[in-house]
Design a protein around this ligand. Structure first.
Ligand code: ZN
Length: 418
């Protein structure tokens, strides 16, 4: 099995290359649409000569541009088939990609061709050098205005799991329960609070600079950069801790298959709009819920778990999470949910934590029978929902600096992050 991982190296490539690459991709897209070319081979025959004649860069860039354009066209056709009405595609971002045949690693740096007999050198940092020394293959380099992203691959042997661990992803924590009865809770309520704070600050900035789009864009981009880096670092810590635990004890991972969640959150039905008197597509969910769920980082965490598990050769399976936190894992009847996050079964008397119960139901999808009676550890904090009136007030107060969250925080059993 081939596993992939990428590293990002701060680097400034020539901007002309990125601009020309974007033009090349757009040229390929136009040609592909005009001639109805669907395969890479056909597109190459159509545009390769013109691209290499028109642009001074190494011919590998032309091939990469064709590849990128093919991927964009494929997505476009997929949307068409689904009956959506996508806009005619256009490459917007400044990137340049180049495949492994043209790349060479020498003396702690990667040599990237620019023009024939003219090269660019990307110095490798410690982490990238580790990949090279470990014998991983360099697969491609993607250049952006401020960074170079190097993709590595290695051959891994799949490890047969001794038993399974199920991961339940929630808005403020990640719960893991294993078939041996261990429960770990990774507190991520900091991210939930940060998400609310981010929303409030965004709103304030939008209000303040609504007259000047240029300043608004700048202010918002700085804010979102900070928020994104916080989310990314916290999620990496949690996923690394989960993978480490599972690897040490030989567990395979069971995760929820949350595909289609966004679609169902943003679903619209045709209803009468009482204000305009027309029948219009109307959201089935509240604005509040849509914002919360659309800002949720579940996909990012699941992706991290997936590629990290594959890199270690661990098994990872996604199962349908439908009803996992509302069904009794012992007798399959409907559970009663209490406000403190506990659930109770009225037919067999099973009771436990909601998230742990969800994990148990996920575990049932595997070939092992979980032992029951596991409890959420008592020292784990249960956070109040920030959506309640009290919660919203608290989060607003914390933005104004009136509440010291650190002092108020219940001591949760945090993951032994590494
Ligand atoms: Zn029951």
């Amino acid at each position: 099995m081939e596993a992939y991982k990428a590293v990002i190296i701060p680097f400034k490539p020539p901007v002309e290359l990125l601009r020309d690459f974007r033009d090349m991709v757009n040229y390929c897209i136009q040609a592909g649409l005009r001639h109805g070319a669907t395969s890479k081979f056909k597109l190459t025959r159509l545009v390769y000569r013109e691209l290499t004649a028109k642009y001074p860069w190494h011919s590998w860039y032309a091939l990469s541009a064709i590849e990128v354009a093919c991927a964009i066209l494929k997505n476009y056709r997929k949307s068409l088939r689904r009956g959506l009405s996508p806009r005619v595609p256009r490459a917007r971002r400044l990137i340049a990609k180049i495949g492994n045949q043209a790349l060479k690693v020498e003396e702690g740096r990667v040599r990237v061709p620019l023009r024939p007999r003219k090269w660019l050198y990307i110095p490798l940092h410690r982490r990238a050098s580790e990949f090279v020394e470990a014998g991983c293959r360099l697969r491609s380099a993607t250049l952006t205005p401020n960074a170079a992203c190097l993709a590595f691959s290695k051959q891994v042997d799949g490890i047969e799991p001794r038993s399974w661990a199920a991961v339940d992803v929630n808005e403020d924590n990640v719960t893991l329960a294993t078939s041996n009865g261990e429960v770990e809770v990774y507190e991520l309520s900091r991210l939930k609070r940060a998400g609310y704070g981010y929303f409030a600050r965004r709103k304030a900035i939008q209000r303040r600079y609504h007259g000047d789009r240029r300043v608004l864009k700048k202010a918002l981009s700085k804010l979102s950069k900070n928020y994104r880096s916080l989310v990314s670092s916290e999620l990496h810590k949690a996923s690394a801790a989960i993978i480490k635990l599972c690897k040490e004890r030989g567990y395979g991972l069971i995760v929820e298959d949350l595909r289609g969640l966004r679609g169902s959150v943003n679903a619209k039905v045709k209803r009468l709009n009482p204000y305009s008197g027309k029948i219009q597509p109307t959201s089935t969910r509240s604005k509040e819920l849509k914002r919360r769920l659309n800002n949720w980082w579940f996909r990012r965490l699941l992706n991290q778990l997936e590629y990290k598990a594959k890199w270690e050769g661990m098994s990872i399976e996604a199962v349908d999470p439908k009803g996992s936190s509302s069904t009794c894992p012992m007798c399959r009847s409907k559970l009663k949910l209490y406000l403190n996050g506990r659930v109770e079964c009225s037919s067999c008397g099973y009771h436990g934590d909601r998230h742990v119960t969800a994990c148990l139901n996920l575990l049932k999808a595997s070939d092992v029978t979980p032992r029951f009676g596991v409890e959420r550890p008592l020292d784990v904090a249960v956070n109040p929902a920030l959506t309640t009136l009290m919660g919203v007030r608290a989060s607003w107060a914390s933005i104004r600096g009136e509440v010291n969250w650190e002092a108020n925080r219940t001591t949760g059993r945090c993951a032994n992050y590494t």
